[in-house]
Every structure is written in structure tokens, then in C-alpha cells.
Write a protein that binds this ligand. Sequence first.
Ligand code: CP
Ligand code: NVA
Length: 328
Amino acid sequence: MSVNLKGRNFLTLLDYSKEEIEYLLDLAAELKDKKKKGIPVDIHRGKNVALIFEKTSTRTRCSFEVAANDLGMGSTYLDPKASQIGKKESIADTARVLGRMFDAIEYRGYGQEIVEELADKAGVPVWNGLTNEFHPTQLLADMLTIREKFGKIEGITFAYLGDARYNMGNSIMIACAKMGMHFIACTNKKYFPDRKLVERCKEIAKESGATITLTEDVNDVKGADVVYTDVWVSMGEPDEIWEERIKDLTPYRVTSEVMKIAGDKAVFMHCLPAFHDLNTETGRVIKEKYGLDEMEVTDEVFESAQSVVFDEAENRMHTIKAVMYATL
Ligand code: CP
Ligand code: NVA
């Protein structure tokens, strides 16, 4: 089947078929190979993209900027303080202005309805660089990494520990359902993904052969190929919730014991940034207030041979480049 994604938005993996996702992963692998060999891919020379970041970023911003540059495009970074967005100008008006000047728009920020409104009004492709609900470009990088490590995606067992009802948990569950992976959300039941989304993913899973398991028992990660976690408190959430999250999610920290339960062949993954030591400002504040040296993952696991987190981080750029390459 020939896949043509020109003009498409990239807002959530729910909008993409298995074949289209596979196409983007194949394209990303090809672009990665070309980058390593120094073969130019500047097919979008003369185009320009706007990068709106209402939340902070290292990987996503750098990936969009480097990928745009590699594709021959100009990029303009808009942070919330340096633009009119939100305070003096609505999203709908911003979309109509930027759509006149740019060939596509990336948005990182709050509700999914914002990126949807942008896409509705801009008249050019819009890419989701993270919302509260979804982080689809992260999942492309994660799946490319899984394919590199295991030689396949279908049939992989993907265990996610921690806050499974936010952007990462949701996006991983969707990716598993679409691609025929076995998803295990292993966490306190307060943090299970939204029931409606679980039902929707179970429907999708019927076609792909995926399974979806929600469990509070860490022993259920036995045999998992991927053990994944994310920060316990996401960007935009209030500092006051740290105490409750620490209490609820400490039993689901990824430790060497958890990796042993999964088994020797398991890899550890994390979208990053991660709190695994005291070398961050937040890490030190949490240590002072709650006495923790590490949070969602131990430093031992993070630095272990099973950890593939920096391969994942690199793959953000190659996969984002594939999205830009294909949809423009
Ligand atoms: N994983 C991820 O999205 O990283 P940034 O917040 O640094 O972009
Ligand atoms: N759940 C995290 C993901 C960061 C990439 C957040 O939203 O802050």
C-alpha cells in the first residue's frame, strides 16, 4: 500500500493507521542512515516552520530545529513570554496569522483542544510537540528505538510504571494498541489511564492483536521487553502534589529489583528528563523536603547497560524529521 501523508496534521497516533506509523518509522530509519553517511536531505528548501512552546523543552525543541535545518527549512521559535499567544491574542487568531507566514506549525503546551483548534484554523499542517493528553512524536522515537533493539515492534511487551493517566501513559497505550504490542500499566489504580481511552484502545487492539493490562502488582512486569517510566509530576502540574505522588508512586519506582522481575533481555526506557540523582534543582528540593535521593528510577538502573534512554533521545530528531519530511 502506498502511503501519502502530505498536508496531514500530526496531533495524536489515534489519527494514524498501523501502516502509516510503519511508514514514518521506515522513513526515520532511512533519514537516520543518511544523516550518519552525510547524505543531504534538504528537500524542503525555502519553507519555514513556526515552533510554539508554551512549556519548556530540550529534546523536542532541538529536534524540530535541527531537523528543520537538515531539511533545508527555516524555523522560528516562539516561547510564551516572547509572543502575544494567550495573553493578548487567541489561539484562533494566532493560527490564522502564522498560517499566512509559515508552511507548518509545531505546538507544545496544555490541552489537546488547543492544538486541535490550531490545526482547524491554521490552514497548514500542525504537529503536536506535547500536550497534557498526548506526546505522539515521543512514541515514534520510542518505537524506532524498540525496533533497533529487538528487530521488531509487534509482539513486544511494554510495561509502563508511574503516572499512566497523562500524556506518556496515554500515548504508549495507543501505540501498543495500534502496533500489536502488549501494554501493561503497572501503577496505583488512581493513575490508571482514562476508562474511555482504555475502551477505545481495547477496540483497536482487537484488530492488531495487542493486549491491554492494568495492574497494581509489580510482579506482573515479569517477562516485559520494555520497562518505561516518566516523571511523577508533569509540566504544568502544581508543586503541592509532589507529596501525594511520592506516597502513591514510590512502590512503582523502577529499581534493579523491577528490572530483575522483567528479565535480562528487558530494556529500560524514559522520555526524559528524569529524576535519577541529585544533580537537578528539583531533585535537590525534593531531597530537602522528602528525603528522596532518586524518584521514578534509581540511578543504578538509569546508568545500567539495560538503559537505552540516550538512543531514544537521539531518535527524537530522526523521527521528528520523518514527520516533517512526510507531511509537508
Ligand atoms: N522527552 C521530551 O519531550 O523532552 P523535552 O521536554 O526536553 O522536549
Ligand atoms: N509527562 C511529562 C513528559 C515530559 C516529556 C510532562 O508532561 O512533563
